[in-house]
Write a protein that binds this ligand. Sequence first.
Ligand code: KMH
Ligand code: ZN
Length: 301
Amino acid sequence: MSDPVIVTAAITGAIHTPTMSDALPVTPEQIVEAAVGAAEAGAAIVHLHARNPENGAPDQSAEAFEPILGAIKARSDVVINITTGGAPTMSVAERVRPAQYWQPELASLNMGSMNFGLFGMLGRFPDLKHQWEKDYLGNRDIIFRNTFQDISFVLDTLRDSGTRFEFECYDTAHLYNLAHFRDAGKVEGPLLIQTVFGLLGGIGAHPDDVAHMKRTADRLFGDDYVWSVLGAGRHQMPLAAMSAAQGGNVRVGLEDSLWLEKGVMAPSSAAQVAKAREIIGGVGRRLATPDEARTRLALKG
Ligand code: KMH
Ligand code: ZN
């Protein structure tokens, strides 16, 4: 019998812009409602970014998270995961600030630099409301910078906080990077490894890609890791199914995909969690509670 499935809901992110979907939460109130809704639908973890309520631009100030974190904690025991990815246009010093200040149970940590393909988005979404959307999506050559020094900087900054990590791995090299930090004694298990598929610049979303990432992680980390799968865009639900069927865990949410199914935009992250829940039930598994996730991931609680 496999362990219950830890579902993470990534609520808003920094890549999608408000023009792309009316469902994308922007204000603190919208982000809180979306996070609580996702938790009520069965998510054990919410992965959070904050945005400027005026124009939806990503905001990595510690203050931007204050109204979000307090209100979620008042209404839900869901595990809170604060991004250290921020937006690919930000420096790592800027990106780590909210996690440094709020010391959450979990923070994301991106395990390597990569090209980040926003190519074509400007053409697909012509009604851009804000200059920042035009600047952002018009920037066709983004490098998501996560050098070894950047990764060390995040680890060192958060070392004494008790915050543990969602290690985001977009390709096999990122698994080797994580093994390097494990071998150097800078991270220890159980490692939550979020394998990310289908982003232009990272590994693809073919079943062979999933198998290769899992095989590599199994070989490098053995029993000392918890495997989770994030399929970007249209790959979200098919890869959730693949992970659930193989004993893995699942990440969904509007940060990663604006879609519920082919041709149907998602009304909320909660709706994606509910769909993932059906898929997970269909392969004979159930969802983990937040406390089950805390135990499994050795979180500080
Ligand atoms: N949007 C995800 C593919 C982070 O916040 O650290 C990447 C992400 C990065 O979640
Ligand atoms: Zn994120």
